[in-house]
Design a binder for this molecule. Structure first.
Ligand code: UT7
Length: 353
């Protein structure tokens, strides 16, 4: 039976290191608070005007393509997960295609908008395409440039200190090797909490949703246009992400555990079989909570949020690549991926390497 294997993987993080102390120059926060609540010591910020979500994706993709031993022209489909795209539309998938110089092949490019779960959603979609025989070399990328859209005033500190920039990529191919490849993927969502971790402007909601209480100064009902971005939004900085951190945290620890158990149950495996858990790097405390609830030892969980912060759709492929480079993922290993985030959306995957 055909399964999907990770044939190559790569990541890119910008050179510019931003320490917690650097952030204290802009907002009322401290290295101690950030480390204690999140585990983060530093993060990377892309260089303005020189780097963007799709340019970082290109760098990660080139490494993954090389390691897969293929040419970029062999890529037959692109899946791109991000919440910080270069443009509102078109999505980053086509921009990555152009950055890679493979527009000539006119392959399809799909954009995924599932925030922290974006990489796992993309992996699941790509897995179905490969198993049906539709594609043979899918490039899946998660890339984020959060630094351009954060509130660097104290009002934004609970969100801003967490996030960082970076990109991770994998090349996915079919394999018929017995037991190898993606064994299962699981995707979930609950829109009840859509606004609890969100950046709702600019958008077309126009105050429609009861959950959006703010009056952004929308035009009269008979006026044409003008709802997407209002002067009031510009004047008051209503373009920043907001997060109900405690609610997200409480849901995250429950759903991470549930969705990992679901994957193990589906495959008849147990937590003892997990060689390495690569959780979405949301908060070191969340990862530690999940580790403890499964009784995993330190060697069975990979975390790098300390260096990069939360890079949303990029966090799993960056962490997975780093772990692989350090020899922490070897042939035959059982790798478990899990994520939870805005939407709420969450998911898991089990891969026999
Ligand atoms: O990947 C996407 C999914 N996101 C997550 O998984 C994030 C989940 N949530 C979290 O990681 C945590 O909720 C945070 C790290 C965001 C916040 O930690 P917390 O322990 O839940 O803090 P809190 O929001 O309850 O705030 C506690 C206090 C507040 O002050 P008062 O009201 O007690 O005086 C905040 O104003 O900490 C204050 N605070 C800060 N202080 C210094 C919030 N952010 C900061 C900050 N520096 N950066």
């Amino acid at each position: 039976m055909v399964k999907t294997k990770v044939a190559g993987l790569g990541y890119y993080v910008p050179e510019n290191v931003i320490t917690n102390n650097e952030l204290t120059k802009h907002m009322d926060t401290s290295d101690e608070w950030i480390q204690e609540r999140t585990g983060i010591k530093e993060r990377r910020y892309a260089t303005k005007h020189q780097e963007t979500t799709s340019s970082m994706a290109k760098k990660a993709a080139e490494v993954a393509i090389k390691r897969a031993g293929i040419e970029k022209e062999d890529i037959d489909f692109i899946v791109f997960a991000t919440l910080s795209p270069d443009y509102y539309f078109p999505g980053c998938g086509v921009l990555l295609q152009r950055e890679l110089g493979i527009t000539g092949t006119e392959i399809g490019a799909l954009d995924i908008r599932n925030q922290c779960s974006g990489f796992i959603y993309g992996l699941s979609v790509a897995d179905q395409f490969i198993k049906t025989g539709m594609y043979k070399n899918i490039l899946l990328v998660g890339s984020e440039m959060h630094s351009m859209g954060l509130d660097f005033n104290t009002s934004g500190r609970n969100v801003t200190v967490i996030f960082g920039d970076g990109a991770g990529a994998v090349v996915l191919q079919p394999t018929e090797e017995e037991g190898r490849g993606i064994l299962t993927t699981h995707l979930h969502s609950n829109g009840t909490y859509a606004e609890e971790l969100a950046m709702i402007n600019p958008g077309c909601h126009g105050g429609y949703h009861d959950e959006v209480k703010k009056d952004y100064g929308y035009p009269d009902v008979n006026e044409l246009g003008g709802m997407f971005a209002t002067q009031n939004m510009f004047d008051n900085g209503y373009f920043y992400p907001n997060m109900n951190g405690q609610l997200v945290f409480k849901n995250a620890v429950v759903k991470f555990a549930q969705v990992i158990k679901e994957a193990l149950a589906k495959t008849g495996l147990s937590q003892d079989d997990i060689s390495l858990l690569v959780p979405h790097q949301a908060n070191l405390r969340i990862s530690q909570f999940v580790q403890k609830s499964f009784g995993l030892n330190d060697d069975q969980v990979y975390n790098n949020i300390q260096k990069y912060g939360n890079t949303t759709a990029a966090s799993i492929p960056i962490a997975m690549t780093e772990a692989w480079e350090k020899g922490k993922i070897k042939e035959g290993d059982l790798v478990c991926l899990a994520a939870f985030g805005s939407g709420f959306t969450w998911g898991s995957a089990l891969i026999r390497w």
